[in-house]
Design a protein around this ligand. Structure first.
Ligand code: SF4
Ligand code: SF4
Length: 266
């Protein structure tokens, strides 16, 4: 079925992957770059990893320079939002006359625009064609074409993994109120350099028994580290073990230290 975004009413209609809509965005269009200002862009954990690489920054510096931290009132989960410039237009820091200056690494929300989705299954228009003139163009494509062209499918697997953490029922039952816990979640999901430092330069690898091949993967690869972070958060927040198992010798050692009995006998 073919969809159009002529009115607000059209925006509420839900499309699935086979449905089609008309859209094209290019430098010749009269609204070019107009959507890259004064906008709230929540960054996906994968976005932060990609952007910091494109900008050759550490994740910690990227978060400090380009993002605001926000916390959900309902669940207490932290998230990060891209800071707009402080000028009158409140432009995105990455936009220039030719378009997006970080196009290959642009955030998920920018890839998805002018569509929106809740769960990646049903899609709707986020704007009308009077605002986004690309929706008046004649190029017709399916939602799935759009997902493929924009690289949205790259997010499916990791987001599916993170959903267990970010949309867990437990979070809606008991809000995360401790700022230290919020900081831990923020570090694991968004600040890969700080999380890697924590894993490799603390007693973490003594505490957990982790296979050598996993350790090698997370040492260098940010996406593997993100999958690992999802496992660790599931364990820390909800007690779900997955592949993380606490080393019994470590527990015994700690017990003896706390009880002041020195080293456990072998
Ligand atoms: S408003 Fe639509 S057509 Fe105009 S620049 Fe943004 S995405 Fe492209
Ligand atoms: S990241 Fe790129 S596409 Fe997204 S708002 Fe900024 S300039 Fe526009």
């Amino acid at each position: 079925m073919k969809f159009q975004a002529e009115s607000l009413e059209d925006q509420k209609r839900l499309m699935t992957w086979d449905d089609t809509f008309c859209f094209s965005c290019h430098p010749g269009i009269d609204c070019f770059n107009s959507c890259c200002k004064d906008v709230t862009i929540f960054l996906d954990p994968l976005d932060v990893g990609r952007l910091r690489k494109a900008l050759n920054m550490s994740s910690t510096d990227f978060l400090e320079t380009y993002t605001h931290r926000v916390v959900s009132q309902k669940s207490g989960l932290p998230a990060v939002v891209l800071k707009m410039n402080k000028d009158a237009d409140k432009k995105c820091p990455f936009v220039n006359d030719s378009g997006c200056g970080v196009y290959e690494s642009r955030p998920y929300s920018c890839r998805l625009y002018p569509l929106d989705t809740e769960q990646g299954v049903e899609y709707s228009f986020i704007v009308e064609e009077d605002t986004c003139h690309g929706l008046k163009e004649s190029k017709e494509l399916t939602v799935e074409d759009w997902r493929r062209d924009q690289g949205l499918r790259d997010y499916d697997d990791i987001d599916h993994n993170l959903k267990d953490v970010m949309h867990a029922d437990e979070l809606w039952e008991e809000k995360i109120a401790d700022p230290r816990m919020q900081d831990m979640i923020l570090m694991a999901l968004y600040d890969v350099d700080r999380f890697r430092e924590f894993v490799f330069n603390s007693s973490f690898l003594e505490k957990f028994k982790i296979d050598d091949d996993i350790i090698e993967k997370i040492r260098e690869d940010d996406v593997s580290m993100l999958y690992f972070a999802a496992q660790w958060l599931r364990f820390s927040l909800f007690g779900k073990k997955g592949f993380l198992k606490i080393d019994r010798d470590f527990l015994e050692k700690k017990k003896h230290e706390v009880l002041g009995k020195g080293k456990p006998e072998k």
